[in-house]
Write a protein that binds this ligand. Structure first.
Ligand code: SF4
Length: 326
């Protein structure tokens, strides 16, 4: 059979601004499955005929691919199409075939140690999509083909308790370098976890936390101090969701702006916030307020963030963000 793949989010293409380009794991597993059956697998090309085309979309805000493909069957899947869509178990358990993404470094693998989350944050689709937290794969099953850099996309690894600790010890013993790229929950950093996090090797020397509410600032500070007390010398990266409350978002991002200035003066490693406007999972067309776009730009352009306060930031000619305060 001839199989065509479509990565609707466009991860197959190189993105601007040097943004990290992640492989679509579902397509990698589908590729592995069909190759094991002796099928031909390639990125779908318009006007070619395929037996099956798989279209996968992770984000609900990605516009659909409206190309007219020629196939006996077209299967659409991924959270971007349907929040409940899942691969059949026998495909889900396969190792991804990274060869469909030739730009992915040969030393890097992607995966999940756990699925699900015990929390129910109102803005998040994970509890609805994946349910309660549970073990999913062993780290050695992810580190295939001698790949030692592991991008682990767990939604809340620290909530997995002893299983998380066991996996982290394995990561340390094997010398894997990791990135928990969906961020850690600072509230769950106990002294045991802090020791493990300080001992692990990190891709880009960076530990990520979520800082989506004002309350989480104190939790992030507590976790950072605890991890540093165990000898960690790297940086921190904080996902900072922008909600509809301008005042709260400004105070939260400004807190890290000031903190960063102090770090630089004291020659301490930086703490990088990364701001993302809230995306409504049930309404992908909900407009993003201009102040959120400007604030995200201010925070995420690190050179500007280092130099300029939000009020003085000029995202457009003749427009200063001090206007947003009026
Ligand atoms: S802790 Fe993270 S993964 Fe869990 S529900 Fe909240 S935002 Fe989602």
């Amino acid at each position: 059979m001839r199989i065509g793949l479509v990565d609707v989010d466009g991860h197959a293409k190189k993105k601007k601004w040097g943004a990290t380009v992640y492989p679509n794991l579902a397509l990698c597993k589908i590729a592995r499955h069909h190759k094991s059956l002796g099928d031909e697998v390639e990125w779908a090309i318009p006007f070619y005929h395929y037996d099956i085309i798989y279209m996968s979309k992770v984000f609900n805000f990605t516009p659909d691919d409206l190309t007219v493909y020629d196939a006996e069957t077209i299967i659409k899947g991924g959270t971007g199409y349907d929040i409940c869509s899942k691969l059949p178990d026998e495909i889900d358990r396969l190792q991804p075939d990274y060869s469909i993404y030739p730009h992915i470094p040969k030393n890097t693998a992607y995966g999940f140690l756990t699925r699900g989350c015990p929390n129910k944050c109102p803005w998040c689709v994970v509890p609805r999509k994946e349910g309660f937290i549970r073990p999913y794969m062993d780290v050695d099953e992810i580190a295939i083909e001698g790949r030692k850099h592991l991008v682990l996309m767990d939604n809340n690894i620290l909530a997995a308790g002893d299983y998380a600790k066991e996996q982290m010890w394995k990561i340390i013993e094997r010398g894997y370098r990791v990135d928990f790229n969906q961020a850690l929950d600072a509230r769950l950093v106990t002294d045991d976890f802090a020791l493990l996090l300080a001992k692990m090797k990190w891709i880009d020397r960076r530990i990520r936390f979520g800082c989506d509410t004002h309350k989480q600032i104190a939790e992030c500070e507590r976790a950072i101090a605890l991890i540093n007390s165990h000898g960690y010398k790297g940086e921190y990266f904080l996902y900072t969701m922008l909600n509809d409350n301008f005042d709260e978002c400004y105070k939260r991002t400004h807190y890290w702006w000031e903190r960063n200035h102090r770090c630089r003066e004291e020659h301490k490693p930086n703490i990088y916030p990364y701001a993302q406007p809230y995306r409504d999972p049930d309404n992908p067309n909900r407009p993003i307020p201009l102040w959120q776009k400007d604030m995200a730009q201010w925070v995420n352009k690190h050179q500007i963030f280092q130099m300029t306060d939000f009020a003085n930031f000029e995202p457009r000619k003749g427009f200063k963000c001090s206007e947003h305060f009026k």
